[in-house]
Design a protein around this ligand. Structure first.
Ligand code: ZN
Length: 262
């Protein structure tokens, strides 16, 4: 959502939500230095910062060239804002070369290069696989199994995965992969899959609105040993059109329903 950071955090605190996962774009739009001051003043805990990476084609989502120094600067931003976990975005397929295997090798190489810098800063890195429909435009890492392969050679203390219900719910091997991931599950995102998918693919429902068995998802995650926070990651035109406090109220209500699933 395009809400300015101060308005977003104000709406969260109005509903006693003091732990938030922050995206890079609203933080950078607000100004990183101002954001650092604001987060401290408000006493907000930043559970994760998203995202760095973009190794598949070396460009960020706006099409700007993206290098190691860009990633390192964002790791420093994450530290400044108080995050201890940074989500990795693999980046999309190069639609001219169409070499998916090479793109995935670049992601593995990028992680191998970046994690020591993150560890030096006390930051853990979580590679997030996206639903396969995002492969052409957002991520060549299209399943939890592939994400686990790509982080395998890095130390489990520092490099893991972010598991998002929207992206992994369809996978017939999901429970086995969650169990395999075990302590590498660093973050869990919750939301729901609400067909039809619009042309821009930018619609996610609140928990309970769609077709995901969220009770089963949560059971699988917790059976794998995960005890960290659940980050609600929703975006849709209905929520975006609401006043910020009402939007957060709906998220909180949906989260409470999700919490009551056992
Ligand atoms: Zn996510």
């Amino acid at each position: 959502m395009d809400l300015p950071l101060d308005k977003f955090l104000g709406a969260c605190l109005a509903h006693d939500v003091a732990r938030v996962a922050l995206l890079r774009s609203p933080v950078e739009a607000f100004g990183v230095d101002r954001a650092v001051v604001l987060v401290r003043q408000l006493g907000v805990t930043v559970t994760s910062y998203s995202a760095v990476g973009y190794w598949s084609n070396g460009h960020d989502p706006d099409g700007e060239a993206w290098t190691l120094s860009d990633n390192l600067r964002r790791l420093d931003d994450a530290v400044a804002i108080g995050a201890r976990l940074v989500v990795l975005a693999a980046g999309p397929l190069d639609l001219i070369g169409k070499d998916l295997a090479a793109a995935r090798r670049r992601v593995a190489a990028g992680i191998a290069e970046l994690w020591p810098h993150a560890a030096q800063r006390g930051l853990r890195l979580a590679l997030e696989p996206l639903h396969p429909m995002f492969c052409p435009h957002r991520s060549v890492v299209t399943s939890l199994g592939l994400a686990l392969e790509l982080v395998e050679s890095a130390p489990a203390e520092w490099v893991g995965v972010a598991v998002d219900s929207y992206h992994v719910w369809w996978d017939p091997a999901l429970d086995a992969l969650l169990a395999q991931a075990g302590p590498r599950i660093f973050a869990v995102h919750v939301n729901d899959f609400t067909p039809p998918v619009p042309p821009d693919r930018q619609r996610r429902g609140l928990m309970g609105e769609g077709c995901i068995d969220l009770r089963g998802f949560r059971n699988g995650v917790e059976a794998a040993g995960y005890s960290g926070p659940y980050e609600v990651e929703v975006q849709n035109e209905v929520l975006s059109a609401l006043p910020p406090e009402e939007m957060v109220a709906r998220v909180v209500s949906s989260y409470r329903d999700f919490q009551s699933l056992v």
